[in-house]
Design a protein. Structure first.
Length: 271
């Protein structure tokens, strides 16, 4: 058997994927136990019991000032900002990406602008966004849009631009105009690529969200992490980071499942 041709079964793939996570968790517990054996008051590597106790208050006890269950309030606020930013970015990427990829005059006109925006570090624009839009939700959502939309636009446009020229010629021969080529040829093949671009944008989108929440927010997962860090509250920070990772994985799986269900033809022959 050669490794390059070996195909694990679904059960085998799940076991292989779970193994590194279990090793990582076991290594953490061993290291935390060793630190607490030397210093019972250690805060750097809290034991699982300490993390469960700290999170219980955030999960099940309302805050005395706001009356909110802080963990769930943070989650809802962050997911709303992330969803709004990714939704706007995805719609923009579809419209602009189709135009750039299918219409050469549009590509010549807007291509350099999109490229210029794409190479600007989005975090560098955060002070400008806060000055222009204030410290409310608009600036946070705008950072996510500016951070991921140009990449998605370029990815979709590149995919459409690389479609076989014969497809366009045949569509025109059959009587389609430019609008018909976009709708009948480019759009169906752009949608699977758009889902893939959205999946690849999840990581950067979370980075921009956490960065914005850390600077100017009063609720959110990033806000809570940076709020408790001054107290070295690793028993809260680690579960919050693990929760963010879990949410990101679930979103990635949902996008993968949705893309394969909606556009199964695009994965024919894929491993």
């Amino acid at each position: 058997m050669r490794w390059v041709t070996a195909q694990p079964t679904r059960r085998g793939a799940l076991l292989l994927g779970a193994a590194p996570l279990l090793v990582l968790a076991l290594g953490y517990v061993v290291a935390a136990a060793a630190r607490h054996a030397d210093n019972p008051a250690d805060k750097i590597l809290p034991l699982p019991g300490a993390m469960a106790a700290a999170m219980a208050g955030l999960l099940f006890e309302p805050d005395q000032l706001s009356g909110q269950y802080l963990f769930w309030a943070d989650t809802v606020a962050s997911l709303w900002r992330l969803g709004a930013g990714l939704g706007i970015a995805t719609l923009s990427a579809l419209l602009v990406g189709l135009a750039l990829g299918a219409l050469p005059p549009v590509r010549s006109t807007l291509g350099p602008l999109v490229t210029g925006i794409a190479v600007i570090p989005p975090i560098a624009l955060l002070p400008i966004l806060f000055i222009v839009f204030g410290l409310g939700e608009t600036a946070k959502v705008a950072l996510i849009v500016i951070g991921v939309a140009p990449f998605m636009m370029r990815d979709v446009a590149g995919h459409i631009g690389a479609l076989p020229r014969e497809q366009v010629v045949k569509a025109l021969t059959l009587g389609a105009n430019s609008w018909g080529v976009i709708l009948r040829v480019a759009l169906p093949q752009a949608l699977p690529r758009l889902f893939e671009a959205l999946r690849l944008s999840l990581g950067p989108a979370w980075v921009f969200l956490i960065s914005a929440e850390a600077i100017a927010a009063d609720v959110g997962l990033g806000y809570r992490i940076f709020l408790v860090r001054r107290y070295l509250a690793m028993d809260v920070i680690i579960p919050y980071v693990a929760w963010i990772a879990l949410l990101a994985v679930l979103m990635d799986l949902a996008l993968t499942f949705g893309s394969r269900r909606l556009f199964g033809w695009a994965y024919l022959g894929a491993r």
